[in-house]
Design a protein around this ligand. Sequence first.
Ligand code: C2E
Ligand code: MG
Ligand code: MG
Ligand code: MG
Length: 287
Amino acid sequence: QAKTSGKDKTVFFNAGIGGQLSRKMELEKDLRLALEHRQFFIVYQPKWDARRGKEAGFEALLRWQHPKKGVVSPGEFIPIAEETGLIVQMTRWMLGEVCRQNKRWHDEGLFEVCISVNMSYRVFESMTLFDMVDEALRSSGLPGPMLELEITESIAMHNMAITLSQLQRVRDLGVGVSLDDFGTGHSSLGRLDEIPVDILKIDQSFVKNSDLTSKQALIVGIIGIARLLDLEVVAEGVETVEQAEFLLSRGCTLMQGYYYGRPMPPEEVEAGRWRITDISNKAAKAE
Ligand code: C2E
Ligand code: MG
Ligand code: MG
Ligand code: MG
């Protein structure tokens, strides 16, 4: 009997792996058609400026509405898009849409902010970043400073020379650059001053655990590094009022997280209901 159940387990295990492989293969196949079939949409997550009590900007995040599987998370499809190289076309589309959206908000007098778009190492490898950004800005008429690119430490370290020269060219258009998920990559701090960035985004893993003394020390350290290098600092993954207050008390006034707003479609951003959780009064008192 033990033998049988052992066998069953083996069969089940194999089926599991097989299932995963075929899902990945299916997604890969479907991803190739997703752009032309208009299955992507963009959600926007606010970055809150607690000092001024208003939005400081938004991060644009990609969503895939799969015709059969429902919404597939970027954690699942972005790696596939990177492997296949499809991420380059997707990013081009994303930049165009985001610039158009932001120009519309700007012209309607709704928001006067910067919107960020996440970059993949593949985009840098393809050497098309400048043309993509330039085209998106030109065709929308959006000023360069109203667009920001988020890169990670691993992108910057992946191929330093290629990354830096391309970043420099887009920065010459006035476009901002932020370092995403800061503190989680395996970069050497020693090269941070060589990467042309304007903003550090403290990774959510620090913020979520900011009731721990050790994480608090790291947060304070990152804020200090940002200040020394004359960079702005944004905390990611702020989920509770306690976390927001701690960050504020340490001089980090730019925040992003579910406490301030989840990523949402443009109609919800426009409705502005997410603005209710505002601790700017406390920010004013803290100064
Ligand atoms: P990221 O750039 O670090 O984006 C932040 C992620 O954390 C988002 O997940 C966001 O929804 C989530 N998040 C924000 N606030 C909170 C919070 O308070 N608590 C928790 N638990 N999570 C929070 P999402 O949208 O699933 O995106 C995951 C990752 O996928 C992104 O991480 C980014 O690396 C990648 N990604 C998303 N869209 C794109 C894209 O258009 N291009 C590229 N290259 N990557 C993208
Ligand atoms: Mg990001
Ligand atoms: Mg991030
Ligand atoms: Mg992240």
